[in-house]
Design a protein around this ligand. Structure first.
Ligand code: 7RM
Length: 668
């Protein structure tokens, strides 16, 4: 485990002193109106958690059968609302139909232009329409052989059908596993193998900056992939449902492949929501860890939905008339909890955008904000830093006065970016919610409640109701204020992961052994004198590149799977735009020469193995990697080298890192 810095690079004393009081006009109508009110509610939520959560679950969700027990906690396994039954799609759709929300926009969708000179497509689905589509697609899934408990892999672009597919799975009790469209065929195959999915839902292609991402072609390739013993990884797959999106030519395998539009045309719109056990799996979402293959994070039904709904309402101060836009892709947890489940459970209008922030031009986000009157924008620091770089002329072209709240997620936001977001986008009028959470936590854990909690640029501030985070030392003892430590969570909460798919041992080992009796987040943190949490970033071997979680071990094994590579070590270095960049140190097999094309060849290889998001930014070739006497790669040294001097243009020479290693730490 790496050393934890006592103070984070993301704050300095002068910025910490800057405290932004909640704007008075905002507090007047906010869900929680003052710091005192927050403190009172928070205290209630942690002194009698079961009472608190029972009250919320009763108020917020429609149950087909009441629960017998609020919480059953046998570390590390939590069961919430034991014995209760409900359906997530019913809670997101049906329950709004008898109300004034029936004809309200549930999803507003803006597509990516197919080319620079063509407008993106636009669609609006009301709650009634979305319900209709979800029911029909639920029947398509059943027709294709999926039933309660079966796993369904979703590999789609950011189109309404992605949300429809997720909700249809939930409706019939199937377990979805969404794979980000930027992941490779190999990643798709690995996830199919791990989850033993029966169906794949994909599209011919998706648009990205005027190009077509060949999703179906990747699925075809995935379905051919074999393990080392020569066995197909994807034997469990029975059918592939294909959405017509990009219109590109695809290979269609009769008998296995089904067209979405053909099947749905035949499907009835009568699809009863199946009452599910509160602890029935809702979805599996794969995320990088510090070792080996991605972990299948498991979320279940009742607790997850309650937590997603409640956090969405309080953190974004959701109001009936809001146009709420979370820019995350549905392939990440943020897309699950805050594009689909949280907003829809609240009856909100959720805007979905398919494409890039700078296509056709760098004002794409701001033109969308203006056109739809977006009130709430939730995006990532890496995007904000890119906007800063592109210049104020782009947002200045548009009327952003509809905005009333701004959110940030995915990585620490540096105070400069925070202030720019606040002033240039929010017009100094909109509170900023810097939300800390993880795939594992299901929903937001530490964040200001707008209107109630004063904000400090760079701090996620204070915990949500029912959450007991703490900063501890290696022995698990709380550290004094203003010293660095590990961030843990002391008590179970409804949105927490229920395990790693098929691997209870690894679940226990990764999250519950580092600090006895607590959930270990993998993040370093510091609490200031006011109790505000300042997240430093990962302290394990997981990197955060442009808000994407990438395990160094995964990239290393992708590199080593290339025929020319002997050994690889991947570390992060600070990057102005992406937060962190990936630097790979590679040794080559004997006889292999470094040629000018090799760097690119290896980068492409990683893209093929994992996906373009994992491509190393720099690859440096070395004679040997610096190692300790026990044979461990000296990552600390490599990190220093990686973030030190600029990489010279000439990468065709080999570095002798062993010499450096001896200089740096002769006795390590
Ligand atoms: C939602 C999400 C989780 C990791 C987490 C942190 C980092 C996320 C913040 C943050 C500082 C934030 N899920 N992280 N949000 N760090 N401030 N507001 O991102 O599973 O993909 O990543 O992201 O390191 O452990 S995730």
């Amino acid at each position: 485990m790496a050393q934890i810095p006592a103070t984070s690079s993301i704050e300095s004393v002068s910025t910490e002193k800057r405290v932004f009081a909640p704007p008075k006009a905002f507090s007047k109508t906010a869900q929680v109106k003052s710091l005192a009110e927050y403190r009172k509610l928070y205290k209630e939520s942690i002194t009698a958690p079961e009472k608190f959560w029972a009250k919320q679950a009763k108020q917020e969700l429609v149950w087909s059968r009441p629960w017998k027990k609020v919480l059953e906690w046998k570390e590390p396994v939590a069961k919430w609302f034991v014995g209760g039954q409900l359906n997530v799609s019913e809670n997101c759709l049906d329950r709004h139909l008898g109300t004034a929300r029936a004809n309200k926009a549930a999803l507003i969708w803006e597509g990516e232009p197919a080319a620079e000179d063509r407008p993106g497509e636009r669609r609006v689905l009301t709650y009634k329409q979305l319900h209709h589509e979800v029911c029909r697609f639920g029947n398509v899934l059943k027709q294709a052989g999926a039933t309660k408990g079966d796993r369904v892999l979703i590999y789609l672009p950011m189109v309404p059908e992605a949300a429809i597919a997720m909700l249809a799975c939930a409706r019939i009790g199937a377990v979805h596993s969404v794979v980000f469209g930027g992941f490779s065929a190999q990643s798709v195959a690995d996830r199919i193998f791990d989850s033993q999915a029966k169906l794949v839902i994909t599209a011919d292609g998706g648009f990205r900056r005027g190009a077509v991402v060949p999703l179906k072609q990747n699925v075809d390739a995935a379905l051919e992939l074999k393990n080392a013993q020569g066995e197909l990884l994807t034997k469990s797959i029975e059918k592939v449902v294909v959405l017509r999106r990009a219109g590109n030519e695809i290979n269609f395998q009769a008998g296995r492949d089904l067209w979405w539009h053909e099947e749905i045309a035949k499907a009835s719109a009568n699809c009863p929501a199946v009452p599910m056990d509160s602890e029935a799996p809702l979805f599996i979402l794969y995320t990088s860890g510090s070792t080996g293959k991605p972990k299948g994070i498991l979320h279940t039904t009742g607790g997850y939905l309650l937590y997603a709904k409640l956090t969405a309402r309080y953190v974004f101060d959701l109001r009936e008339e809001d146009v709420y836009w979370c820019t995350a892709d549905i392939g990440w947890v943020t897309g699950h909890s805050y594009v689909v489940y949280g907003p829809l459970a609240n009856g909100a209008t959720s805007l979905m955008y398919e494409g890039a922030p700078n296509f056709p031009e760098a004002d794409r986000f701001w033109s969308i904000v203006e056109r739809y009157g977006v009130t709430t924008l939730y995006t990532a620091p890496t995007a904000i830093r890119a906007f800063m770089k592109w210049g104020v002329e782009w947002p200045k072209k548009h009327d952003l006065s509809s905005l009333r709240l701004l959110g940030s997620v995915g990585e620490p936001i540096n105070p400069e970016a925070w202030i720019w977001y606040y002033e240039t986008i929010g017009g100094k009028r909109c509170p900023i919610v810097d939300t800390w959470w993880q795939t594992e936590t299901g929903g937001i854990m530490i964040s200001p409640l707008p209107g109630a909690i004063p904000t400090k640029p760079g701090s996620a501030s204070l915990p949500f109701f029912g959450i007991v985070p703490e900063v501890v030392d290696d022995a698990g003892r709380p550290v004094p204020r203003n010293s660095g430590g590990k961030l843990v969570v002391r008590k179970p909460w409804p949105g927490m992961l229920r395990g790693l798919w098929g691997d209870p041992k690894r679940y226990q080992q990764v999250y519950w052994t580092e600090v006895a009796g607590s959930y270990f987040t993998g993040d370093g943190c510091r609490q200031d004198k006011d109790g505000y949490f300042w997240i430093v970033g990962r302290i394990d071997d997981v990197l955060n590149v442009a808000g994407h979680r990438i395990g160094t071990a995964e990239v290393e094994s992708a590199l080593v799977s290339h025929q020319k590579v002997a050994e690889a070590a991947v570390v992060g270095r600070p990057d102005d735009l992406k937060g962190q960049a990936l630097v790979a140190f590679v040794t080559l097999k004997s006889g292999v020469k470094v040629d000018p094309g090799l760097q690119d060849e290896l980068r492409q290889h990683v893209a093929k193995e994992i996906g373009p998001v994992a491509k190393p930014d720099d690859i440096r070739f070395a004679e040997a990697l610096p190692k300790t006497r026990s044979g461990k790669i000296m990552r600390r040294l490599l990190k220093q080298i990686a973030s030190g001097a600029e990489i010279k243009g000439d990468t065709t020479t080999l570095e002798d890192l062993n010499v450096l290693a001896k200089l740096a730490a002769p006795d390590e």
